[in-house]
Design a protein around this ligand. Structure first.
Ligand code: GDP
Length: 507
Protein backbone atom coordinates (compact mmCIF):
# COMPACT_ATOMS: atom_id res chain seq x y z
CA UNK A 1 0.00 0.00 0.00
CA UNK A 2 1.16 3.53 -0.70
CA UNK A 3 2.02 5.41 2.43
CA UNK A 4 1.35 9.10 2.28
CA UNK A 5 3.80 11.50 3.79
CA UNK A 6 2.82 13.16 7.05
CA UNK A 7 5.68 15.63 6.84
CA UNK A 8 3.32 18.30 5.66
CA UNK A 9 1.92 19.61 8.92
CA UNK A 10 -1.47 20.49 7.50
CA UNK A 11 -2.22 16.85 6.73
CA UNK A 12 -4.10 15.17 9.55
CA UNK A 13 -5.45 11.64 9.88
CA UNK A 14 -8.84 11.04 8.33
CA UNK A 15 -11.47 8.49 9.34
CA UNK A 16 -12.10 5.90 6.67
CA UNK A 17 -15.17 5.80 4.49
CA UNK A 18 -16.41 2.24 4.24
CA UNK A 19 -18.80 0.78 1.73
CA UNK A 20 -20.64 -2.49 2.22
CA UNK A 21 -21.17 -4.42 -0.99
CA UNK A 22 -22.75 -7.77 -1.64
CA UNK A 23 -25.66 -9.43 -3.31
CA UNK A 24 -29.28 -8.81 -2.41
CA UNK A 25 -30.21 -10.51 0.88
CA UNK A 26 -26.60 -11.10 1.86
CA UNK A 27 -27.24 -8.94 4.91
CA UNK A 28 -25.95 -5.46 4.06
CA UNK A 29 -28.87 -3.65 5.64
CA UNK A 30 -28.83 -5.92 8.68
CA UNK A 31 -25.13 -5.30 9.18
CA UNK A 32 -25.43 -1.53 8.87
CA UNK A 33 -28.43 -1.79 11.09
CA UNK A 34 -26.64 -3.72 13.70
CA UNK A 35 -23.76 -1.30 13.56
CA UNK A 36 -26.05 1.67 13.92
CA UNK A 37 -28.43 -0.10 16.30
CA UNK A 38 -31.39 1.20 14.39
CA UNK A 39 -33.87 -0.39 12.06
CA UNK A 40 -33.79 0.51 8.39
CA UNK A 41 -34.75 -2.82 6.84
CA UNK A 42 -38.41 -2.79 7.84
CA UNK A 43 -39.23 0.38 5.88
CA UNK A 44 -37.84 -0.71 2.52
CA UNK A 45 -40.02 -1.41 -0.50
CA UNK A 46 -39.47 -4.81 -2.01
CA UNK A 47 -36.82 -5.44 0.60
CA UNK A 48 -34.27 -3.44 -1.33
CA UNK A 49 -32.20 -0.62 0.04
CA UNK A 50 -32.84 2.04 -2.54
CA UNK A 51 -30.67 5.02 -1.67
CA UNK A 52 -27.13 5.67 -0.78
CA UNK A 53 -27.11 7.13 2.65
CA UNK A 54 -24.17 7.71 4.91
CA UNK A 55 -23.62 7.15 8.60
CA UNK A 56 -20.89 7.82 11.05
CA UNK A 57 -20.05 5.53 13.92
CA UNK A 58 -17.35 5.22 16.55
CA UNK A 59 -15.56 1.99 17.30
CA UNK A 60 -12.99 1.95 20.09
CA UNK A 61 -12.86 5.73 19.90
CA UNK A 62 -12.16 5.69 16.18
CA UNK A 63 -14.62 7.22 13.77
CA UNK A 64 -15.76 5.25 10.74
CA UNK A 65 -17.92 6.68 7.96
CA UNK A 66 -20.24 4.19 6.33
CA UNK A 67 -21.80 4.57 2.93
CA UNK A 68 -24.99 2.61 2.61
CA UNK A 69 -25.10 1.34 -0.96
CA UNK A 70 -28.08 -0.56 -2.25
CA UNK A 71 -27.75 -4.21 -3.00
CA UNK A 72 -30.12 -4.94 -5.85
CA UNK A 73 -28.44 -5.39 -9.20
CA UNK A 74 -30.40 -2.39 -10.38
CA UNK A 75 -27.91 -0.32 -8.53
CA UNK A 76 -24.69 -1.53 -10.03
CA UNK A 77 -23.97 1.93 -11.33
CA UNK A 78 -24.37 3.50 -7.92
CA UNK A 79 -22.52 0.67 -6.34
CA UNK A 80 -19.55 1.22 -8.53
CA UNK A 81 -19.59 4.83 -7.54
CA UNK A 82 -20.11 3.91 -3.91
CA UNK A 83 -16.97 1.87 -4.04
CA UNK A 84 -15.07 4.72 -5.63
CA UNK A 85 -15.86 7.23 -2.93
CA UNK A 86 -14.88 4.72 -0.28
CA UNK A 87 -11.47 3.99 1.21
CA UNK A 88 -12.29 0.46 2.32
CA UNK A 89 -14.92 -2.03 1.14
CA UNK A 90 -16.62 -4.80 3.04
CA UNK A 91 -17.66 -7.56 0.69
CA UNK A 92 -20.47 -9.35 2.42
CA UNK A 93 -21.20 -12.93 1.42
CA UNK A 94 -23.88 -14.99 3.12
CA UNK A 95 -22.46 -18.41 3.86
CA UNK A 96 -25.83 -20.08 3.29
CA UNK A 97 -25.96 -18.65 -0.24
CA UNK A 98 -22.33 -18.44 -1.28
CA UNK A 99 -20.88 -16.36 -4.12
CA UNK A 100 -23.59 -15.00 -6.41
CA UNK A 101 -23.30 -13.07 -9.71
CA UNK A 102 -23.83 -9.85 -7.75
CA UNK A 103 -20.94 -10.80 -5.46
CA UNK A 104 -18.77 -10.99 -8.55
CA UNK A 105 -20.06 -7.63 -9.76
CA UNK A 106 -19.25 -6.14 -6.38
CA UNK A 107 -15.77 -7.64 -6.54
CA UNK A 108 -15.30 -6.08 -9.96
CA UNK A 109 -16.37 -2.68 -8.61
CA UNK A 110 -13.94 -3.00 -5.69
CA UNK A 111 -11.10 -3.99 -7.96
CA UNK A 112 -11.83 -1.11 -10.32
CA UNK A 113 -11.84 1.28 -7.38
CA UNK A 114 -8.52 -0.22 -6.29
CA UNK A 115 -9.30 -0.13 -2.58
CA UNK A 116 -8.57 -2.68 0.15
CA UNK A 117 -11.42 -4.89 1.21
CA UNK A 118 -12.49 -7.28 3.92
CA UNK A 119 -14.75 -10.26 3.33
CA UNK A 120 -17.56 -10.48 5.86
CA UNK A 121 -18.83 -14.04 5.82
CA UNK A 122 -22.33 -13.47 7.11
CA UNK A 123 -25.08 -15.63 8.59
CA UNK A 124 -22.73 -17.98 10.39
CA UNK A 125 -25.51 -18.43 12.95
CA UNK A 126 -27.60 -20.28 10.36
CA UNK A 127 -27.39 -23.98 11.21
CA UNK A 128 -26.06 -26.39 8.60
CA UNK A 129 -24.06 -23.91 6.51
CA UNK A 130 -20.60 -24.58 5.16
CA UNK A 131 -18.36 -21.52 5.48
CA UNK A 132 -15.50 -23.48 3.89
CA UNK A 133 -17.52 -23.96 0.71
CA UNK A 134 -18.04 -20.19 0.37
CA UNK A 135 -14.36 -19.57 1.06
CA UNK A 136 -13.48 -21.98 -1.72
CA UNK A 137 -15.89 -20.15 -4.06
CA UNK A 138 -14.19 -16.86 -3.15
CA UNK A 139 -10.79 -18.36 -3.88
CA UNK A 140 -12.16 -19.42 -7.25
CA UNK A 141 -12.89 -15.73 -7.88
CA UNK A 142 -9.23 -14.90 -7.24
CA UNK A 143 -9.90 -13.58 -3.75
CA UNK A 144 -6.65 -14.42 -1.96
CA UNK A 145 -7.85 -15.01 1.59
CA UNK A 146 -5.35 -14.61 4.45
CA UNK A 147 -6.32 -18.02 5.72
CA UNK A 148 -4.97 -19.50 2.50
CA UNK A 149 -1.80 -17.41 2.46
CA UNK A 150 -3.21 -14.33 0.68
CA UNK A 151 -3.76 -10.74 1.86
CA UNK A 152 -7.54 -10.47 2.02
CA UNK A 153 -8.87 -10.68 5.58
CA UNK A 154 -12.10 -12.58 6.22
CA UNK A 155 -14.25 -12.16 9.29
CA UNK A 156 -17.08 -14.54 10.10
CA UNK A 157 -20.08 -12.62 11.34
CA UNK A 158 -23.76 -12.75 12.09
CA UNK A 159 -25.44 -9.48 11.25
CA UNK A 160 -28.44 -10.85 13.09
CA UNK A 161 -26.95 -11.48 16.53
CA UNK A 162 -23.85 -9.34 16.15
CA UNK A 163 -21.35 -12.15 16.44
CA UNK A 164 -18.01 -11.11 14.90
CA UNK A 165 -19.11 -7.56 14.10
CA UNK A 166 -16.63 -6.13 16.63
CA UNK A 167 -13.81 -8.05 14.96
CA UNK A 168 -14.96 -6.72 11.60
CA UNK A 169 -14.82 -3.11 12.85
CA UNK A 170 -11.43 -3.79 14.42
CA UNK A 171 -10.26 -4.99 11.04
CA UNK A 172 -11.54 -1.74 9.50
CA UNK A 173 -9.53 0.22 12.07
CA UNK A 174 -6.46 -1.88 11.37
CA UNK A 175 -6.66 -1.31 7.63
CA UNK A 176 -7.23 2.40 8.25
CA UNK A 177 -3.97 2.56 10.19
CA UNK A 178 -2.12 0.80 7.40
CA UNK A 179 -3.69 2.99 4.75
CA UNK A 180 -2.64 6.14 6.62
CA UNK A 181 -5.53 8.21 5.34
CA UNK A 182 -5.12 11.96 5.66
CA UNK A 183 -6.71 15.20 4.60
CA UNK A 184 -5.90 18.90 4.71
CA UNK A 185 -8.36 20.82 6.90
CA UNK A 186 -6.95 24.18 5.82
CA UNK A 187 -8.28 23.79 2.29
CA UNK A 188 -11.76 24.94 1.19
CA UNK A 189 -14.25 22.13 1.69
CA UNK A 190 -14.74 19.62 -1.09
CA UNK A 191 -16.51 16.33 -1.43
CA UNK A 192 -18.72 13.96 -3.36
CA UNK A 193 -22.50 13.87 -3.48
CA UNK A 194 -23.79 10.48 -2.42
CA UNK A 195 -27.49 11.22 -2.09
CA UNK A 196 -29.75 13.95 -3.47
CA UNK A 197 -33.47 14.55 -3.47
CA UNK A 198 -36.06 17.26 -3.54
CA UNK A 199 -37.49 17.63 -0.08
CA UNK A 200 -41.02 19.08 -0.21
CA UNK A 201 -40.25 21.37 2.71
CA UNK A 202 -36.55 22.00 2.51
CA UNK A 203 -36.01 22.00 -1.26
CA UNK A 204 -32.96 20.33 -2.86
CA UNK A 205 -31.28 18.29 -0.14
CA UNK A 206 -28.02 16.41 -0.51
CA UNK A 207 -25.85 14.07 1.45
CA UNK A 208 -22.23 14.79 0.66
CA UNK A 209 -19.09 13.15 1.85
CA UNK A 210 -16.62 15.90 2.67
CA UNK A 211 -13.31 14.25 1.85
CA UNK A 212 -10.89 17.15 1.91
CA UNK A 213 -10.71 20.63 3.39
CA UNK A 214 -13.27 22.07 5.78
CA UNK A 215 -16.76 23.13 4.83
CA UNK A 216 -18.43 25.93 6.79
CA UNK A 217 -22.13 26.31 7.34
CA UNK A 218 -22.26 29.65 5.50
CA UNK A 219 -20.15 28.62 2.49
CA UNK A 220 -21.16 29.06 -1.11
CA UNK A 221 -20.83 25.77 -2.95
CA UNK A 222 -21.02 24.25 -6.40
CA UNK A 223 -22.57 20.79 -6.42
CA UNK A 224 -22.52 19.10 -9.82
CA UNK A 225 -24.29 21.41 -12.23
CA UNK A 226 -25.95 23.52 -9.56
CA UNK A 227 -24.89 25.85 -6.78
CA UNK A 228 -26.10 27.74 -3.75
CA UNK A 229 -25.33 29.22 -0.39
CA UNK A 230 -25.59 26.61 2.32
CA UNK A 231 -28.82 27.09 4.24
CA UNK A 232 -28.53 24.20 6.67
CA UNK A 233 -25.73 21.77 7.33
CA UNK A 234 -26.24 18.71 9.51
CA UNK A 235 -24.32 15.64 10.51
CA UNK A 236 -25.85 12.21 9.87
CA UNK A 237 -27.70 12.41 13.20
CA UNK A 238 -29.42 15.48 11.72
CA UNK A 239 -27.69 17.67 14.26
CA UNK A 240 -26.91 21.14 12.97
CA UNK A 241 -23.17 21.73 12.57
CA UNK A 242 -21.01 24.74 11.73
CA UNK A 243 -17.94 22.93 10.39
CA UNK A 244 -17.64 19.71 8.44
CA UNK A 245 -14.45 17.83 7.67
CA UNK A 246 -13.81 14.22 6.66
CA UNK A 247 -17.43 13.28 7.28
CA UNK A 248 -20.81 12.91 5.61
CA UNK A 249 -23.12 15.91 5.88
CA UNK A 250 -26.64 16.79 4.86
CA UNK A 251 -26.90 20.15 3.15
CA UNK A 252 -29.74 22.31 1.90
CA UNK A 253 -29.67 25.61 0.05
CA UNK A 254 -28.89 24.51 -3.50
CA UNK A 255 -30.81 25.82 -6.49
CA UNK A 256 -31.45 22.36 -7.93
CA UNK A 257 -30.96 18.67 -7.24
CA UNK A 258 -27.50 17.64 -8.44
CA UNK A 259 -26.54 14.22 -9.78
CA UNK A 260 -25.17 11.61 -7.44
CA UNK A 261 -21.46 11.14 -7.75
CA UNK A 262 -20.84 14.73 -8.80
CA UNK A 263 -18.35 16.85 -6.96
CA UNK A 264 -19.02 19.49 -4.39
CA UNK A 265 -16.67 22.36 -3.68
CA UNK A 266 -16.64 25.66 -1.96
CA UNK A 267 -16.30 28.78 -4.08
CA UNK A 268 -15.87 32.39 -3.07
CA UNK A 269 -18.90 34.11 -4.49
CA UNK A 270 -22.32 33.38 -5.95
CA UNK A 271 -21.16 35.09 -9.15
CA UNK A 272 -18.27 32.66 -9.46
CA UNK A 273 -20.58 29.70 -8.74
CA UNK A 274 -23.03 30.90 -11.35
CA UNK A 275 -20.33 31.38 -13.93
CA UNK A 276 -18.84 27.93 -13.40
CA UNK A 277 -22.19 26.14 -13.48
CA UNK A 278 -23.46 28.11 -16.47
CA UNK A 279 -21.53 25.90 -18.85
CA UNK A 280 -23.44 22.88 -17.51
CA UNK A 281 -26.74 24.66 -17.69
CA UNK A 282 -26.15 25.38 -21.35
CA UNK A 283 -26.81 21.69 -21.93
CA UNK A 284 -30.53 21.41 -22.64
CA UNK A 285 -32.32 19.16 -20.18
CA UNK A 286 -35.52 18.74 -22.10
CA UNK A 287 -35.69 16.63 -25.24
CA UNK A 288 -32.33 15.31 -24.32
CA UNK A 289 -32.06 11.98 -26.04
CA UNK A 290 -29.97 9.58 -24.09
CA UNK A 291 -28.22 7.03 -26.14
CA UNK A 292 -28.66 3.94 -24.08
CA UNK A 293 -27.04 1.64 -26.60
CA UNK A 294 -23.43 2.47 -27.14
CA UNK A 295 -23.18 0.51 -30.35
CA UNK A 296 -26.36 1.69 -31.94
CA UNK A 297 -26.84 0.87 -35.60
CA UNK A 298 -26.35 3.86 -37.82
CA UNK A 299 -29.74 3.31 -39.42
CA UNK A 300 -32.24 6.11 -39.02
CA UNK A 301 -35.12 5.24 -36.73
CA UNK A 302 -38.67 5.95 -37.79
CA UNK A 303 -40.83 7.79 -35.30
CA UNK A 304 -43.21 4.87 -34.77
CA UNK A 305 -40.25 2.86 -33.56
CA UNK A 306 -39.60 5.24 -30.73
CA UNK A 307 -40.99 4.87 -27.23
CA UNK A 308 -41.12 8.35 -25.73
CA UNK A 309 -40.84 8.54 -21.99
CA UNK A 310 -41.10 11.15 -19.27
CA UNK A 311 -39.56 9.93 -16.06
CA UNK A 312 -40.06 11.51 -12.65
CA UNK A 313 -38.12 10.15 -9.70
CA UNK A 314 -37.80 10.71 -5.97
CA UNK A 315 -34.06 11.15 -5.78
CA UNK A 316 -31.23 11.52 -8.26
CA UNK A 317 -29.88 8.13 -7.21
CA UNK A 318 -33.02 6.43 -8.44
CA UNK A 319 -32.64 8.12 -11.81
CA UNK A 320 -29.19 6.73 -12.17
CA UNK A 321 -30.27 3.25 -11.11
CA UNK A 322 -33.24 3.27 -13.47
CA UNK A 323 -31.14 4.45 -16.38
CA UNK A 324 -28.65 1.69 -15.66
CA UNK A 325 -31.48 -0.86 -15.92
CA UNK A 326 -32.99 0.71 -19.03
CA UNK A 327 -29.58 0.28 -20.60
CA UNK A 328 -30.24 -3.45 -20.67
CA UNK A 329 -33.34 -3.18 -22.85
CA UNK A 330 -32.35 -3.93 -26.44
CA UNK A 331 -32.82 -0.91 -28.66
CA UNK A 332 -31.81 -2.06 -32.11
CA UNK A 333 -35.44 -2.01 -33.21
CA UNK A 334 -37.24 0.27 -30.78
CA UNK A 335 -35.58 3.42 -29.62
CA UNK A 336 -36.18 4.54 -26.06
CA UNK A 337 -36.33 8.29 -26.04
CA UNK A 338 -36.33 9.85 -22.60
CA UNK A 339 -37.70 13.33 -23.14
CA UNK A 340 -37.46 14.42 -19.56
CA UNK A 341 -36.03 12.94 -16.43
CA UNK A 342 -36.37 14.99 -13.30
CA UNK A 343 -36.59 14.67 -9.55
CA UNK A 344 -40.06 15.62 -8.28
CA UNK A 345 -43.75 14.77 -8.46
CA UNK A 346 -45.59 14.42 -11.77
CA UNK A 347 -47.05 17.83 -12.61
CA UNK A 348 -49.08 19.54 -15.30
CA UNK A 349 -45.98 20.45 -17.26
CA UNK A 350 -45.17 16.73 -17.61
CA UNK A 351 -48.67 15.97 -18.84
CA UNK A 352 -48.50 18.84 -21.34
CA UNK A 353 -45.19 17.54 -22.66
CA UNK A 354 -46.75 14.08 -22.96
CA UNK A 355 -49.70 15.58 -24.85
CA UNK A 356 -47.35 17.26 -27.30
CA UNK A 357 -45.11 14.27 -27.86
CA UNK A 358 -47.22 11.17 -27.23
CA UNK A 359 -44.88 10.21 -24.42
CA UNK A 360 -45.72 7.91 -21.54
CA UNK A 361 -45.23 9.24 -18.03
CA UNK A 362 -43.63 7.03 -15.45
CA UNK A 363 -42.99 7.97 -11.86
CA UNK A 364 -40.75 6.25 -9.36
CA UNK A 365 -41.72 6.81 -5.75
CA UNK A 366 -43.40 10.09 -6.60
CA UNK A 367 -47.00 11.23 -6.60
CA UNK A 368 -49.09 12.80 -9.33
CA UNK A 369 -50.36 16.32 -8.58
CA UNK A 370 -54.19 16.38 -8.61
CA UNK A 371 -54.33 18.97 -11.47
CA UNK A 372 -51.89 16.84 -13.48
CA UNK A 373 -54.01 13.73 -12.84
CA UNK A 374 -57.16 15.55 -13.90
CA UNK A 375 -55.55 16.77 -17.10
CA UNK A 376 -54.14 13.32 -17.82
CA UNK A 377 -57.56 11.70 -17.32
CA UNK A 378 -59.15 14.20 -19.64
CA UNK A 379 -56.48 13.87 -22.32
CA UNK A 380 -56.11 10.11 -21.88
CA UNK A 381 -52.43 10.40 -21.03
CA UNK A 382 -50.88 7.28 -19.62
CA UNK A 383 -49.32 7.74 -16.16
CA UNK A 384 -48.01 4.96 -14.00
CA UNK A 385 -46.01 5.10 -10.80
CA UNK A 386 -43.88 2.43 -9.19
CA UNK A 387 -42.19 1.66 -5.90
CA UNK A 388 -39.84 -1.01 -7.23
CA UNK A 389 -37.42 -0.37 -10.09
CA UNK A 390 -37.67 -3.88 -11.49
CA UNK A 391 -41.41 -3.50 -12.07
CA UNK A 392 -40.97 -0.09 -13.65
CA UNK A 393 -38.36 -1.39 -16.08
CA UNK A 394 -40.51 -4.39 -17.02
CA UNK A 395 -43.44 -2.12 -17.89
CA UNK A 396 -41.21 -0.03 -20.14
CA UNK A 397 -39.80 -3.17 -21.72
CA UNK A 398 -43.33 -4.47 -22.40
CA UNK A 399 -44.45 -1.08 -23.72
CA UNK A 400 -41.50 -0.96 -26.09
CA UNK A 401 -42.21 -4.57 -27.08
CA UNK A 402 -45.70 -3.60 -28.21
CA UNK A 403 -44.13 -1.38 -30.86
CA UNK A 404 -42.19 -4.27 -32.34
CA UNK A 405 -43.40 -5.49 -35.69
CA UNK A 406 -44.70 -9.03 -35.26
CA UNK A 407 -42.72 -12.01 -36.34
CA UNK A 408 -44.33 -13.39 -39.52
CA UNK A 409 -44.14 -17.10 -40.13
CA UNK A 410 -45.43 -18.85 -43.22
CA UNK A 411 -47.40 -22.02 -42.78
CA UNK A 412 -47.82 -24.15 -45.90
CA UNK A 413 -51.40 -25.38 -46.24
CA UNK A 414 -51.34 -27.22 -49.52
CA UNK A 415 -49.49 -27.93 -52.76
CA UNK A 416 -50.74 -28.51 -56.30
CA UNK A 417 -49.87 -28.50 -60.00
CA UNK A 418 -51.31 -26.30 -62.77
CA UNK A 419 -53.09 -28.46 -65.34
CA UNK A 420 -54.83 -25.89 -67.59
CA UNK A 421 -54.98 -22.15 -68.24
CA UNK A 422 -58.50 -20.79 -68.78
CA UNK A 423 -58.22 -17.03 -68.91
CA UNK A 424 -55.39 -14.54 -68.55
CA UNK A 425 -56.16 -10.98 -67.43
CA UNK A 426 -54.04 -7.90 -66.78
CA UNK A 427 -53.10 -8.71 -63.22
CA UNK A 428 -55.02 -11.91 -62.68
CA UNK A 429 -55.43 -15.37 -64.15
CA UNK A 430 -57.94 -18.21 -64.02
CA UNK A 431 -56.48 -21.70 -64.17
CA UNK A 432 -57.14 -25.29 -63.25
CA UNK A 433 -54.91 -27.14 -60.76
CA UNK A 434 -54.77 -30.54 -59.12
CA UNK A 435 -54.31 -30.47 -55.39
CA UNK A 436 -51.51 -32.86 -54.46
CA UNK A 437 -51.05 -32.14 -50.78
CA UNK A 438 -53.11 -30.54 -47.98
CA UNK A 439 -55.83 -28.11 -48.91
CA UNK A 440 -56.52 -24.82 -50.66
CA UNK A 441 -58.79 -22.12 -49.22
CA UNK A 442 -60.51 -19.18 -50.79
CA UNK A 443 -58.77 -15.91 -49.89
CA UNK A 444 -55.36 -17.29 -49.01
CA UNK A 445 -52.04 -16.56 -50.71
CA UNK A 446 -50.23 -18.83 -53.12
CA UNK A 447 -46.73 -18.97 -54.53
CA UNK A 448 -46.01 -20.07 -58.08
CA UNK A 449 -42.95 -22.29 -58.58
CA UNK A 450 -41.26 -23.01 -61.89
CA UNK A 451 -37.98 -24.97 -62.20
CA UNK A 452 -37.53 -24.87 -58.43
CA UNK A 453 -37.82 -21.12 -58.30
CA UNK A 454 -40.62 -18.91 -57.06
CA UNK A 455 -41.68 -16.80 -60.03
CA UNK A 456 -44.53 -14.94 -58.41
CA UNK A 457 -47.32 -14.91 -55.90
CA UNK A 458 -50.92 -13.81 -55.57
CA UNK A 459 -54.14 -14.39 -53.70
CA UNK A 460 -56.95 -16.84 -54.46
CA UNK A 461 -59.88 -14.54 -55.14
CA UNK A 462 -62.18 -17.37 -56.00
CA UNK A 463 -61.98 -21.13 -55.64
CA UNK A 464 -64.20 -23.44 -57.73
CA UNK A 465 -64.95 -27.11 -57.82
CA UNK A 466 -66.90 -28.43 -60.81
CA UNK A 467 -67.76 -24.82 -61.76
CA UNK A 468 -69.21 -24.06 -58.35
CA UNK A 469 -67.72 -21.61 -55.87
CA UNK A 470 -66.30 -23.32 -52.80
CA UNK A 471 -64.50 -22.12 -49.70
CA UNK A 472 -62.14 -25.04 -49.39
CA UNK A 473 -60.81 -27.94 -51.50
CA UNK A 474 -58.78 -30.93 -50.45
CA UNK A 475 -56.15 -33.30 -51.78
CA UNK A 476 -56.80 -35.09 -55.10
CA UNK A 477 -59.51 -32.63 -56.19
CA UNK A 478 -59.22 -30.50 -59.31
CA UNK A 479 -59.66 -26.84 -58.49
CA UNK A 480 -60.57 -23.83 -60.55
CA UNK A 481 -58.53 -20.93 -59.24
CA UNK A 482 -59.06 -17.21 -59.86
CA UNK A 483 -55.70 -15.77 -58.86
CA UNK A 484 -55.23 -12.03 -58.44
CA UNK A 485 -51.94 -10.18 -58.19
CA UNK A 486 -50.04 -12.30 -60.77
CA UNK A 487 -50.83 -13.58 -64.24
CA UNK A 488 -47.74 -15.41 -65.53
CA UNK A 489 -48.88 -18.96 -64.83
CA UNK A 490 -48.42 -21.85 -67.26
CA UNK A 491 -49.29 -25.52 -67.34
CA UNK A 492 -46.89 -27.59 -65.23
CA UNK A 493 -46.15 -24.87 -62.66
CA UNK A 494 -46.24 -25.92 -59.03
CA UNK A 495 -48.38 -23.94 -56.65
CA UNK A 496 -48.16 -23.65 -52.91
CA UNK A 497 -50.91 -22.31 -50.67
CA UNK A 498 -49.76 -20.71 -47.45
CA UNK A 499 -50.94 -18.50 -44.66
CA UNK A 500 -49.01 -15.96 -42.65
CA UNK A 501 -48.98 -16.40 -38.91
CA UNK A 502 -48.20 -13.24 -36.98
CA UNK A 503 -46.57 -13.78 -33.65
CA UNK A 504 -46.10 -11.01 -31.10
CA UNK A 505 -42.52 -10.48 -30.13
CA UNK A 506 -41.04 -9.35 -26.86
CA UNK A 507 -37.94 -7.36 -26.11
P1 GDP B 1 -29.51 -6.95 2.06
O1 GDP B 1 -30.47 -7.16 0.94
O2 GDP B 1 -28.13 -7.40 1.69
O3 GDP B 1 -29.54 -5.59 2.69
O4 GDP B 1 -29.94 -8.03 3.18
P2 GDP B 1 -30.80 -7.80 4.51
O5 GDP B 1 -29.97 -7.16 5.55
O6 GDP B 1 -32.09 -7.18 4.16
O7 GDP B 1 -30.99 -9.31 4.94
C1 GDP B 1 -31.72 -10.25 4.18
C2 GDP B 1 -32.35 -11.29 5.07
O8 GDP B 1 -31.36 -12.03 5.74
C3 GDP B 1 -33.21 -10.66 6.17
O9 GDP B 1 -34.33 -11.48 6.35
C4 GDP B 1 -32.31 -10.69 7.39
O10 GDP B 1 -33.04 -10.81 8.59
C5 GDP B 1 -31.51 -11.96 7.12
N1 GDP B 1 -30.18 -11.89 7.72
C6 GDP B 1 -29.25 -10.93 7.54
N2 GDP B 1 -28.15 -11.23 8.23
C7 GDP B 1 -28.38 -12.39 8.88
C8 GDP B 1 -27.59 -13.21 9.74
O11 GDP B 1 -26.45 -12.95 10.09
N3 GDP B 1 -28.20 -14.35 10.19
C9 GDP B 1 -29.45 -14.70 9.84
N4 GDP B 1 -29.93 -15.84 10.32
N5 GDP B 1 -30.20 -13.96 9.02
C10 GDP B 1 -29.68 -12.82 8.54
Amino acid sequence: MLKKSLKNKTLIPKPPTVVILGHVDSGKTSLLDFIRQSNVASTESGGITQHIGAYQIKHQDKIINFIDTPGHEAFSAMRTRGAKVADIAILIVACDQGVKPQTKEALKAIREANIPFIVALNKIDVPGTFPQKTKKELSDCQVALEEFGGQVPLVEISAKNGQGVDSLLEMVNLITEIEDLTYDPSLPGQGIIIEAHLDPRRGPTITALINNGTLRSNDIIIAGNTYGKIKTMEDTNLKSIKLAAAQPVIITGLENVPAIGSNLKKVKTIAEARQITQQYQAIPKITQKINLNTEDSAQPIASDQTFNLILKVDVAGSQEAIEACLNNIPQQEINLNILRVLVGDINESDVKLAMATGAHIIGFRVKTDPPAQALANHQKIWIKTFQVIYELVEVIRKGMGQLLSPEIKEEILGQGRVIAIFKQEKNAIIFGAKIIQGKFLQGIKIKIWRNDEIIGQGRIKELQFEKKKVKELEKDKNAGIFLEGFNNVTKGDKIEAYQEIRKKREL
